[in-house]
Design a protein around this ligand. Structure first.
Ligand code: HEC
Length: 113
């Protein structure tokens, strides 16, 4: 039987950790999931941030408005909300991959279809 080396286990563990912490790229999401999230952005996020994300009850979420915010910070805000005001936490409803995709999507600023 082939001997399993410690480093092989370490590599597997590291891969598993990266996966479970949710370091994901947009490529991990299916096209249909991306369409669903785009719709969520327009319908749900848009109810506060404006249908075109230019602001409403919530601040604008355009790339210009978010220029000095990192993807990580945006993802953090989307996941946990802002406790002192209307921004709700989406962590209970969306996966880490979903949230990461949304944060990147906001930074890219594609027009909401
Ligand atoms: C009920 C209203 C409401 C909904 C729905 C809502 N937001 Fe917000 N959001 C806010 C408010 C108000 C703020 C401002 C928080 C602050 O000033 O600290 C905010 C802030 C943010 C910020 C931080 C902006 C910045 O300048 O740092 C991001 C990112 C964001 N929202 C994304 C989203 C996304 C994505 C969704 C949908 C998944 C969403 N929001 C849905 C009200 C809402």
């Amino acid at each position: 039987m082939k001997k399993i080396h410690f480093y092989q286990i370490a590599v597997l563990l590291a891969l598993w950790l990266v996966k479970s912490i949710g370091v994901a790229t947009a490529a991990d999401l299916s096209a249909s999931r991306r369409a669903e999230l785009d719709n969520l952005l327009k319908q749900d996020c848009g109810s506060c941030h404006g249908l075109t994300l230019k602001g409403g009850l919530g601040p604008p979420l355009t790339p210009e408005a978010l220029a000095d915010r990192s993807v990580a910070l945006l993802a953090e805000t989307i996941a946990h909300g802002r406790p002192d005001n209307a921004m709700p936490p989406w962590g209970p409803l969306l996966s880490a991959d979903d949230i990461h995709w949304l944060a990147e999507r906001l930074k890219r600023g594609e027009p909401v279809p």
